[in-house]
Design a protein around this ligand. Structure first.
Ligand SMILES: Cc1ncc(COP(=O)(O)O)c(C=O)c1O
Ligand SMILES: NCC(=O)CCC(=O)O
Length: 427
C-alpha cells in the first residue's frame, strides 16, 4: 500500500524542517497538506494517491515545455549515460553560452551557475567589486534568491510566511541594502540624488513575479537605467523568472532596456539545476580567473543540466512558439476573469507571455501596497476548491503562475469549467 499525501507529509516533518525542501512548497499560508507528486507528463502531474492535476506552477517556472518533454528526457538520458559531471570544461557549455549571448544582446560574457540564488549573489558581488561601492538598491516584494544581501523585504515565500527580512542576516549586511517601492519613480530619483555615488547596483525584477505578478511601468525601468548610467551604478535585471518565459527577447527586449548585468535561471535549465549571470564584457572580465572577484562552483555548467537547457532553448526558438504560449495564457486569464464576472466575484488577471497573475481585487496591482490590499482569504478558498477540481495553482497569493507549451485548449477549457463551478458556489 503506498502512502497518502498526509502520511508522507507527517513522516517528512520528522526528518525535513516543515516537511519540505523549499518553504514555498508548504501549504502553510493556504492551509492543508502539501501534495506529494509521483510523475508528470505534459500539462499534467499525478500525486501519490493517483489524482491528476493540471499544473500551473511548472516547477515554479522552468517547465515551459511541460513535464517530461520527450526530447528533453532523451538528451538528458543520452548525456547522462556518457558521464554526469567532469569538473572541467565541455563544448556544450560553450554552445549554451554562445546561444544566450546571441539571444540576449546585452550579454557579452556569461557564466553558468546552479541556481538563481547563486546568480544573484554573484552578480551583486561582481557589481561591488567592479564599482568599489557597497550599497545596493532593491524593491520591496521582489525576490532575488536567498543571498543575505537580497533577503531584505523580499517576496515569494519570505513574504508568504511573514518573514520578508530573514533572521540570521547580520544588520551590517542588511544595512547596505536600500529597499524602495516598486514602480515609485520619485523615490528612486530622491535616493540617487542623496546617495548616488555610493550605489553599486540596482537589482530589479522587470516584471515582478514574487509578489503575485506586477508589471513595471516603462517609465520606472527607464528611470533606473538613466540614473544608473548617470551615477556609475550597475543595473542588474533579474530575469530568473521572466527570462525566455515572457518572450524570446526576455523582459529586457519587451521594455527595450539594456541592463549592465542580467541574471537568468529556471527556463534556461529546462527543469534541471542551472542558472547564469552575464552582461558587459568589461564588468564580467573582473571575474576570476581574469579578475579579482571570486566566484566558483563544483557543478557549474553541469553537462546534464546544460543539455536540458539547450534542448529547451532550441524548442522555444521555433517560429510562433511564444505567440501560441501567450495566446493560451491569455485565454486562461480572460476566461477566469469572465467566469468571475459572471458570478459576481471581485477578481482580475493578466498575462505576459507564458506567465500570469490572478488577483482577488478589481484591477491588477501596480505596487506592493496594492498587492497587499487584495483578498487573501478569497484566494485561499479558490486555491483549495480548484485543487479539489484537479487544478494546481501555486499555494500562495503572492506567486505568479505559469502556462507551458503542453497546455492546449483542452486543458484551458477544463480549467475554466472548474473555475465556473468554483466561482458559482461563491455567489
Ligand atoms: C526572480 C527570481 N530571482 C531569483 C530566484 C532564485 O532562484 P533559485 O530558486 O533558483 O535560487 C527566483 C526563484 O526562486 C526568482 O523568481
Ligand atoms: N516564485 C518563487 C520561486 O520561484 C521560488 C521557488 C522556491 O523557492 O522553491
Amino acid at each position: 500500500m503506498t502512502m497518502t499525501n498526509q502520511q508522507l507529509f507527517e513522516r517528512s516533518c520528522q526528518y525535513i524542517p516543515g516537511g519540505v525542501n523549499s518553504p514555498v512548497r508548504a501549504f502553510k499560508s493556504v492551509g492543508g497538506t502539501p501534495v506529494f507528486f509521483e510523475r508528470g507528463q505534459g500539462a499534467y502531474f499525478w500525486d501519490v494517491e493517483g489524482k491528476s492535476y493540471i499544473d500551473y506552477v511548472g516547477s515554479w517556472g522552468p517547465l515551459i515545455l511541460g513535464h517530461a518533454q520527450p526530447d528533453v528526457v532523451k538528451v538528458v538520458q543520452d548525456v547522462a549515460s556518457r558521464g554526469t559531471s567532469f569538473g572541467a570544461p565541455t563544448a556544450a557549455e560553450l554552445e549554451i553560452a554562445e546561444l544566450l549571448c546571441q539571444l540576449l544582446p546585452s550579454l557579452e560574457l556569461v557564466r553558468l551557475v546552479s541556481s538563481g540564488t547563486e546568480a544573484g549573489m554573484s552578480a551583486i558581488r561582481l557589481a561591488r567589486g567592479y564599482t568599489g561601492r557597497n550599497r545596493i538598491i532593491k524593491f520591496e516584494g521582489c525576490y532575488h534568491g536567498h543571498d543575505d544581501a537580497l533577503l531584505v523585504k523580499a517576496g515569494s515565500g519570505a513574504l508568504t510566511f511573514g518573514h520578508p527580512s530573514s533572521a540570521g542576516v547580520p544588520e551590517e549586511t542588511a544595512s547596505h541594502t536600500l529597499v524602495l517601492n516598486y514602480n515609485d519613480v520619485a523615490e528612486v530619483e530622491e535616493t540617487f540624488n542623496k546617495l548616488g555615488s555610493e550605489i553599486a547596483a540596482v537589482i530589479v525584477e522587470p516584471i515582478a513575479g514574487n509578489m503575485n505578478l506586477v508589471q513595471a511601468s516603462p517609465q520606472f525601468l527607464e528611470t533606473l537605467r538613466t540614473l544608473c548610467t548617470k551615477h556609475g551604478s550597475l543595473l542588474i535585471l533579474d530575469e530568473v523568472m521572466t527570462g525566455f518565459r515572457v518572450g524570446l527577447e526576455c523582459a529586457q527586449g519587451l521594455y527595450g532596456i539594456q541592463p549592465d548585468l542580467t541574471i537568468l535561471g529556471k527556463v534556461i535549465g529546462g527543469g534541471l539545476p542551472m542558472a547564469a549571470f552575464g552582461g558587459r564584457r568589461d564588468i564580467m572580465e573582473r571575474l576570476a580567473p581574469l579578475g579579482p572577484v571570486y566566484q566558483a562552483g563544483t557543478l557549474s555548467g553541469n553537462p546534464v543540466a546544460v543539455a536540458a537547457g539547450l534542448e529547451t532553448l532550441r524548442q522555444i526558438q521555433a517560429p510562433g512558439f511564444f505567440d501560441k504560449l501567450s495566446n493560451m495564457t491569455r485565454k486562461l486569464t480572460d476566461g477566469l476573469t469572465a467566469a468571475a464576472k459572471k458570478h459576481g466575484v471581485v477578481f482580475s488577471a493578466q498575462a505576459v507571455g507564458g506567465m500570469f497573475g490572478i488577483y482577488f481585487r478589481e484591477i491588477p496591482p501596480k505596487s506592493f501596497d496594492e498587492v497587499m490590499a487584495s483578498d487573501r482569504d478569497a484566494f485561499n478558498c479558490f486555491f483549495h476548491a480548484m485543487l479539489e477540481e484537479g487544478v494546481y495553482f501555486a499555494p500562495s497569493a503572492f506567486e505568479a503562475g505559469f502556462v507551458s507549451a503542453a497546455h492546449g485548449d483542452a486543458e484551458i477549457d477544463k480549467t475554466l469549467a472548474a473555475a465556473d463551478r468554483v466561482f458559482s458556489q461563491k455567489s
